[in-house]
Design a protein around this ligand. Structure first.
Ligand code: SF4
Length: 733
């Protein structure tokens, strides 16, 4: 018998189940990494409902990274030009608490910020919210999820009245038409893609449409690839809507009974005749018509998207425009149908549930809603009015706050903004100006550690017990299965200890993470994300999908917000936790979903004669974010040894660039160098660079040295996906 543990992959939001076995007990031969060190054996958990035993290269190799370059004890220094010195936890925490009290007293709570991560477990997220938003009285908690999926959050909230992806992975195998836009699913969410691709291959009538300026491996597998010009997503979606209207392929019963504001939307899409749209998007008219035909002829349409839609200065508008198509065709709340955002990080979903962005509160509550604030103040034992009514600073706002001096205390945990934020030169200069930065992470060195005054060692996945929620709302328990490295502590334990030292003993009196979880799920009672029926004991048996209310776990969400019944619509599907909105009622004031009418504004920084190309950035199959883990795994390093620039042969020829030449890419903010890959996979006029390399891995080849911070006004998500650049050959390359 082996002593294996079931857990969840700590990389992407697909959330594959893993089964890990200690080196000495994993069978005949001890499992070793490429350097011969015994490591935990990892394989897919066949019982996990989301992944059914499958894993990609990242999940399969994750144990190789667990002991490399670990941060083992707290360190401190007085200024950035000094070396760090090892200190005790007491010394580090005393300094943090003193600094928090000083900044709170001299500048006010709004000068205190925390920048967290979708790598947190839900318990970490929750305690951070209680500390910042509850006890310290500032909503300045934001997470790197702001850079990843906040436009999906605001799109869902504005269209449906609540956050929450309404679909599940079974829909991948039940759809007639999969519409993938702004997502390289095959590389970035491979196990989701495998399920969909298998279904499409088995059923020739099922169509897959992929919208992407690059011919990615996802696009290669599609029935139809629309290589639109960057920034024309809304034009395309409105153009498809125009054709569906013209052909009468709309669900008037659903529109009349379950939605509002359709006339406003219909008025907008009148301005998107197919000829004009095809021209603007840079695709052929017949391609546009084919896309509309595939959607219109399908009974079940599933749309998938990720950063290509979200990372945009009109990200929320894009998401809502996509949702419009589902509303006008009534394709949601049914098997194989609905708008389905794919989250990037393993627990970005848990972060949303726990209120882990600057404008939200635990239990899918909103900072701006006085009732929501009052509920939490009562549940947390705080004074009325203690939670600020103002949304906090978003990730980029924190950088601006450092520049102006408005931010006096910055706590960064489990993320690496010195690689992942836009406009890196400006970001790094702002981090340098920070009066006091705490950096809490499992690994050292990282690019961001260079800007810290205090460094705290965090126990990572595998070394602490907590829960994570994947893109289809499945919650999985991730038990601690190995020793903690050095003096590291769980993130939530660190936050709770600081809370106690600040005087909030009662609020942070938790025996273990199970106690944190018990308190957290009570805050979800009656909310769309009701998890009151989920306990650690049950999770030890199997993962559980929410909504999962305590009273009736087999029946889905009941809403606290007033919902009026709709009429006349056939309500054939029972309500359950697999899908949201199966009764076609929505948690809005009148129970109806809302159409949104948007004209496209295009790119925030369109190309011009000085910067004639559009740079788009993205991820590669093997690497993960800023390589904190994957950069230390030889197999993945061999797959993707260095960054590169993809350029179309036509552009390359004009610039005298040949395959393998080093090129310099300049934007208005900075420059970087890459070897060129000349390929027709990228559209003319567009170039592509992967975003994984920071200064530690490839000095002078940072993608985000080039990107800009212009953000969506609703979601605050920066347009990391597109900026204007010039490319030139590096002499003698
Ligand atoms: Fe992990 Fe995502 Fe790969 Fe699944 S698809 S094994 S969750 S990285």
């Amino acid at each position: 018998m082996t002593n294996s543990t079931k857990t969840l992959c700590p990389y992407c939001g697909v959330g594959c189940g893993l089964e890990v076995t200690p080196p000495a007990q994993s069978g005949k031969a001890t499992h070793r990494d490429s350097e011969g060190t015994p490591i935990w054996r990892v394989r897919g958990d066949r019982d996990h409902p989301s992944s059914q035993g499958k894993v990609c290269v990242k999940g399969a190799t994750v144990s190789e990274s667990l002991d490399k370059n670990r941060l083992k004890y707290p360190m401190m220094r007085d200024s950035l030009d000094q070396p760090f010195r090892r200190v005790s936890w007491d010394e580090a925490l005393d300094r943090i608490v003193l600094q928090l009290q000083t900044v709170r007293f001299t500048q006010g709570p709004e000068a205190i910020c925390m920048y967290g991560s979708g790598q947190f477990q839900t318990e970490d997220y929750y305690i951070a919210q209680k500390l910042l938003k509850g006890c310290l009285g500032t909503n300045n908690f934001d997470a790197n999820s702001r850079l990843c999926m906040s436009s999906a959050v605001s799109g869902y909230i504005q269209s449906f009245g609540s956050d929450g992806p309404p679909c599940c992975y079974e829909d991948l195998e039940q759809t007639d038409c999969a519409f993938l836009i702004g997502t390289n699913t095959a590389e970035c969410h491979p196990i989701v893609f495998n399920r969909l691709h298998k279904h499409c291959k088995k059923n020739r009538k099922v169509k897959m449409i992929v919208v992407d300026p690059r011919r990615t491996s996802t696009a290669e597998a599609a029935d139809l690839h629309l290589a639109i010009r960057p920034g024309t997503d809304i034009d395309l979606l409105n153009g498809i809507a125009h054709l569906l209207m013209r052909w009468g392929k709309i669900n008037t019963l659903f529109i009349d009974d379950c939605t509002r504001d359709f006339p406003l939307y219909a008025d907008i899409i009148r301005h998107y005749p197919p000829e004009l749209v095809a021209r603007k998007c840079g695709i052929r008219l017949d391609e546009l018509e084919k896309a509309a035909r595939y959607w219109g002829d399908a009974e079940r349409v599933l749309s998938l998207w990720s950063m290509g839609m979200n990372q945009s200065s009109e990200g929320t508008a894009k998401v809502r425009t996509l949702i419009n198509l589902h509303l006008m065709t009534g394709t949601l709340g049914r098997p194989g149908s609905g708008p389905f955002s794919l989250t990037g990080q393993p627990n970005a979903m848990g972060g949303r549930e726990a209120g882990g962005l600057a404008h939200i509160l635990p239990g899918y509550r909103l900072v701006k809603n006085p009732q929501h604030r009052a509920e939490l103040e009562q549940l947390w034992g705080l004074n009325p009015g203690q939670i600020s009514p103002e949304p906090g600073l978003t990730a980029w706002d924190m950088i601006l706050g450092l520049e102006t001096g408005a931010v006096g205390f910055l706590w960064i945990a489990a993320t690496n903004p010195a690689v992942s934020m836009p406009d890196l030169e400006r970001t790094k200069a702002a981090l340098k100006q920070s009066p006091f930065t705490v950096y809490q992470d499992a690994y050292y060195p990282t690019e961001t550690a260079a800007y810290a005054h205090v460094i705290l060692p965090a126990a990572q996945w595998s070394e602490k017990t907590g829960t994570m929620t994947n893109s289809e709302r499945v919650v999985t328990l991730c038990p601690q299965f190995r020793h903690r490295v050095g003096e590291s502590r769980a993130d939530w334990e660190i936050f709770a200890e600081v809370g106690r030292r600040l005087g909030f003993r009662e609020q942070f009196d938790f025996a273990d993470s199970a106690a944190v979880h018990r308190e957290f799920v009570q805050l979800t009672r009656g909310r769309v994300c009701d998890m009151t029926g989920i306990t650690y004991e049950q999770l030890q048996e199997a993962p559980i999908q929410w909504p999962h209310p305590e009273e009736n776990p087999d029946v889905g969400a009941g809403f606290t917000d007033k919902v009026l019944p709709t009429s006349n619509v056939t309500k054939s599907a029972p309500t359950n936790s697999k899908r949201l909105y199966t009764d076609w009622r929505f948690p809005t004031a009148d129970g109806r979903a809302k159409f949104a009418a948007y004209h496209s504004r295009g790119l925030a920084e369109p190309p011009d004669p000085n910067y004639p190309l559009v740079l788009t950035t993205g991820r590669l199959y093997g690497h993960w974010h800023t390589q904190t883990r994957t950069g230390r795994i030889p197999k993945i390093q061999q797959m993707h040894p260095q960054p590169f620039l993809e350029i179309h042969p036509r552009d390359a020829q004009k610039l005298g660039i040949e395959e393998g030449n080093w090129v310099e890419v300049r934007s208005r903010r900075g420059k970087s160098r890459f070897p060129a890959q000349v390929t027709k996979a990228i559209a003319p006029g567009t170039v592509f660079v992967p975003m994984h390399w920071g200064a530690l891995w490839a000095a002078n080849s940072e993608a985000n040295a080039l990107t800009h911070p212009e953000s969506c006004p609703d979601s605050g998500q920066p347009e990391l996906k597109a900026c204007a650049v010039q490319v030139s050959l590096v002499p003698e390359s």
